[in-house]
Design a protein around this ligand. Structure first.
Ligand code: C2O
Ligand code: CU
Length: 453
């Protein structure tokens, strides 16, 4: 089981990315993909990669309907890409395996944000090399804001009562380097739990309610997040935005790539610990222990001020989510996950696996036909889980999702709407987001085409 470090170091908060808005109204950002050195463990110098820094990246923040433009320079010694995970955007700016930025090269994607407020993220997606590039430190958050969310009385003071948490596991060699050898078929499973780039973090909380915006940025580790004293929290948002109403939960499971926003209350002077509990297995997983399912460990210690600033109770309702389709709708496409393959095929950059007519809502059925953990991520869309083995999804899966954990031998029916047509030379991807599985080819490509194409 991973060894938690003593919580002796203040939690770093990724800075907000600087931007400028020109007379054209476009918000411009610059990101430099670079090498550096980080102190993941106190006193150890670890060579890492980061965006405009030595590890991780600044939090990009922009509003719905804003046009954003990026200048991204690649100063690491390998070609890479920048994928905007969870973003609805034209395929040529999606940053998948076809949009490689050569060593020393520059890439300038730009698009208009057209989706509800959410916690998204950006990370590399080079064909066959995603796991190592993410593992070396390349990940950043992307917060989308909108008017509906602004009007709600939620904790929203970034770094004060609205805290981003990128949770990852790493393994360091004796001299402090990142150990990149693959221990299991689930991926690079680490024994050092790292939050926002460091091990052993604590957070001083000055308000009586704190919002944690959590990303599982790990390669293969699945977390079952809970507080050590079993206090419940309120889940307010998942991958693609707010739920219809806060849901009180004792724990939430997050697989790689998934996000959750939760609000927890603390009394003055209290200390609480965010932990990961063993994964509840409702279906058999072969070699569950090897995949870390039995592990439990501390992630972050939170320390409340003696007299925390009171904050408003959470609104009783948050967002309106119009159902995209009815449960039980016959699927347009079916995906079987098994043994590093989807529908018995591995990723081929030159093969388009399916095409979708633009401006359609589709139902996709995903079945994990394996006895291994997998998840399923679709580019360009946020989807709704209609049903799981014909049953209604649990509350944590009742909102917008772009990445979904799939239990062995279960069938998930997803509804999604395709509004952008892709340039036929730039497909979108669907894949398992356990990064080793993705790199081994558990991925396919789709085009969204205008009528007659
Ligand atoms: Cu977060 Cu195709 O990836
Ligand atoms: Cu997988």
């Amino acid at each position: 089981s991973p060894i938690p470090g003593p919580a002796t170091r203040p939690l770093p908060i990724p800075p907000l990315a600087a931007s400028t808005v020109g007379p054209d109204g476009v918000r411009r950002f610059t990101l430099d993909i670079q090498q550096g050195t980080s102190e993941i463990l106190p006193g150890k110098r670890t060579p890492t990669w980061g965006y405009s820094g030595s590890i991780l990246g600044p939090t990009v923040r922009a509003r719905r309907h804003e046009t954003v433009a990026f200048t991204i320079r690649n100063a690491v010694p390998e070609p890479t890409t920048v994928h905007w995970h969870g973003m609805h955007l034209p395929a040529r700016f999606d940053g998948g395996p076809h949009q490689t930025i050569p060593v020393g090269g520059t890439w300038e994607p730009a698009w208009t944000i057209d989706q509800q407020a959410a916690l998204l993220w950006y990370h590399p997606h080079p064909h066959g090399g995603t796991e190592k590039h993410v593992y070396r430190g390349l990940s950043g958050l992307f917060i989308v804001d909108d008017e509906t969310t602004d009007a709600l009385d939620l904790p929203k003071d970034y770094g004060v009562d609205d805290i981003p948490l990128i949770i990852q596991d790493r393994r360091l060699t004796a001299d402090g380097a990142l150990d990149e050898s693959d221990p299991t078929d689930v991926g690079l499973l680490g024994d050092t739990i790292v939050v926002n780039g460091i091990a052993g973090a604590h957070l001083d909380v000055r308000t009586d309610r704190v919002r944690l915006r959590i990303l599982n940025g790990s390669s293969g580790r699945i977390y079952n997040l809970a507080f050590a004293d079993h206090r419940p929290f309120q889940l307010i948002a998942t991958d693609g935005g707010l739920l219809t109403a806060p849901v009180t939960l004792p724990n939430i499971q997050l697989s790689p790539g998934e996000r959750a926003e939760l609000v927890v209350e603390m009394r003055g002077g209290e200390q609480i610990v965010l932990r990961s509990l063993p994964i509840e297995q409702r279906r058999d997983i072969d070699r569950a222990a090897e995949f870390g399912f039995d592990d439990s460990f501390d992630i972050l210690r939170l320390r409340a001020a003696q007299n925390p600033k009171p904050s408003a109770p959470l609104p009783v309702s948050l967002a309106t989510i119009a159902p995209l389709a009815q449960p039980g709708t016959a699927p347009d496409h079916t995906f079987e996950l098994k043994w590093f393959m989807i529908n018995n095929q591995r990723m081929d950059m030159n093969r388009v696996d399916l095409t979708v007519p633009v401006d359609t809502t589709q139902v996709w059925t995903v079945r994990n036909n394996d006895n291994w953990p997998h998840n399923f991520h679709v580019h360009d869309v946020q989807f709704q889980v209609l049903d799981i083995d014909d049953q209604a999804p649990p509350p944590a899966l009742s909102g917008w999702k772009d990445t979904l954990y799939t239990e062995p031998q279960r069938t998930y029916r997803l509804a999604m709407h395709f509004a952008h047509h892709s340039d036929p030379t730039y497909p979108y991807m669907f894949h398992c987001h356990l990064l080793l599985h993705e790199d081994h080819g558990m991925m396919g490509q789709f085009l969204v085409l205008a009528p007659g194409r």
